[in-house]
Design a protein around this ligand. Sequence first.
Ligand SMILES: Nc1ncnc2c1ncn2[C@@H]1O[C@H](COP(=O)(O)OP(=O)(O)O)[C@@H](O)[C@H]1O
Ligand SMILES: [Mg+2]
Length: 259
Amino acid sequence: MESEEVLTGGNVAAQVVRVGSTVRKPSLPQTAGVEAVLTHLAERQFDGAPRTLGRDDQDRHVLEYIPGALAHALPPFSPEELRRVGRLIRELHDAMDTFQPPSDATWHVLVPHPAGGDLICHNDLAPWNLVCNDQRWVFIDWDNAAPSSRLWDLGYAATAFLPFVPRGDVEADSPRLRALVEGYGLNLEQRRALPAQIAARTRGQYELLVRGHRTGEQPWARMYAEGHADYWGPTAAYIEEHHDDWVTALVSERPSSKG
Ligand SMILES: Nc1ncnc2c1ncn2[C@@H]1O[C@H](COP(=O)(O)OP(=O)(O)O)[C@@H](O)[C@H]1O
Ligand SMILES: [Mg+2]
């Protein structure tokens, strides 16, 4: 029997293990929907997600193991890398455009889209869920795939990848946000709308942690205790406070100079 290596780096899944060239994750109510998403992405030749390989004899979800480094363990992305991740997210959303969810799919919704959502998205596009190697950049951890929207998904990725931090530096953050958005290729109307979506999605993450703290729901209660809300709350405040600066940075004619 092949040995099992416990994979760390996640916050949520009870136990993620590597077995040879595969990863095994506990099956969850949403796993069938996740399998449908990953099958669709493979059919669309999108290589920024792991292949789904069925279930094992312990009913665990079997996935392709992606060798490489978690982006979270690397230095923050350069503007060029932010462009690349923006492009990758665009390809993902375009590929999902033709997805027909199974009628009985059960999704695990992290922070509901205010209007319900019009596209099945990843919803946790972040350096802690991106594996990078010389050939591919691959988003892992699809358990929060659910109805969402392009801007809701990209807005969360903006906070996580720039990253936005409490009391950040607007001059430094503006061209980085613009690089991500240029990589994605948002139109003018979407550029005007994105900053409010980044703020609301970031605020929603804070509220998720606060609610977990109140109700005891895991892993949010534990993550609140570990101080995660102290990041998400003040970060949301910073993004909200500079809403107009972000819009200006995204719609101005001047090409972004830095990188
Ligand atoms: N397909 C994969 N290829 C390589 N590493 C993976 C893969 N899936 C998970 N991992 C590793 O296991 C860790 C936890 O898995 P993840 O799916 O992100 O679980 P969680 O829901 O706990 O965040 C990741 O941070 C990563 O290091
Ligand atoms: Mg994860």
